[in-house]
Design a protein around this ligand. Sequence first.
Ligand SMILES: [Fe+2]
Length: 476
Amino acid sequence: MNHNSKKNTIILGIALGVALAVLAAVFIVFGLMKNAGKTDGKGPFNIIVTFGDDPATQKNFSWYTEPGSSKSIVQYYEIGSAADAAKPDFKGASQVEGFTETLDTYLPSEGQENSASASMEAAQFVRHGVFIDGLKPGALYVYRVGDGKNWSAAGTFATAPETAVSAETGFSFLIVGDSQGYSQSDFALWAGVYGAAVKNCPDSAFTVHLGDFIENEDNALSWRYCLTLPEALRSATLVPVAGNKEDDNFLKYFLLGTREGVTGLNGYYSFDYMNVHFTVLNTGDGSKDLTKAQLKWMRRDLETDAAKNAAWRIVLIHKAPYSDRNHADDSEIVDIRAQLLPEFEAYNVDVVLEAHDHYYFRSEPVMDNGSAVAAYSSETVTAGGEQVTLFSAADGGNLGGANGVFYFMPGPSGVKQHSKGFREMPEILAAKSLLLSDPVFCRCEVSAERICFYTYTVDRYNYSIKTVECWGITRQ
Ligand SMILES: [Fe+2]
């Protein structure tokens, strides 16, 4: 090759490179525009995946669209690892169709979108729901939701293994709550907190939200910010707990139960993840404490073989039955405390995860209706990258139920912290009671022998995390 033809080849190469780069840029920009159109126009939002009755084989999908969309479709297929979801191909994917319903709700008047006292105007959305069953236990799937023309971005979901927890095989899950707010910036903070939580616990099996998602249940824009801004929510299975804020709107945003509709329809339900039993209560079911119907359901639930033989029994509840701050003297809380503490002790509950008071609270292992501390011993071990204080029964048996229930409130994951004065409550046997200035998330790790709670605050500005406390319970 002479000098000139070499030069020509180089020039041609550069020209080709530039042309390809321009073409790629056009494709990327076009792709982004198309995606933006999907998100802001006819595309799905408020996409939430929940468990069906059986976490090993069933999932429920709920999402919203603007009016005009009349089909609800979920497409999904099994993948080997999360990396396989990066470039999903839904050709040949399984497909299930569900229901649509028109929902009458409200939006803030124009110009008042981020105001706590916004006037509201009537609005309509289409709510979509799909129940999927027959899934493979212990598997990972990629999915998208849509109406056949407009699709969401892809997310992933995993089913529970059918095995029991052992010393070596367990699972972890995330606990958040009280994300409540009004404005886009309120929920941008919540999205940052949730992002930090997922980064800290990338293989969590599911996310428990202990209730009070939003401040005004009628404000569909707040809901949209809350459920759509945290992108990672699309790839989480959410366990929603009904708070006092969502009230009648709870079941409009989360699809519980199964196609047959036998459970969850009053906002209380239960599930077994591996052989750990979760009972989810609804403190907004009646006007004060739990209704007779819910109490009856709870007793029946905790008497099932699955609950009685479970490795751990965990109750999820919004209004804290046992805490020592702001709401602890509210009349309905006093009633809930009197109603539920004897039940939790009688049915051998290990831990009650609670919210509503926006601070960090961990009780002693309490017995005799919360009036006495069970005899326990403790040791500090290194686990999950932290120093963890582990509690066990002093007498060689196990803590739990009549031998000591732990009441635990990791704290709020949104903008609102409680800080005002409160009555000293020596009758509530607190081991830790901390006011926090930053939002919180908690990672829970479960095996047959121990259950550990790692709680972190998230910096409001750079989302770095700081350990609040790590504690757990061990079995003999
Ligand atoms: Fe609340």
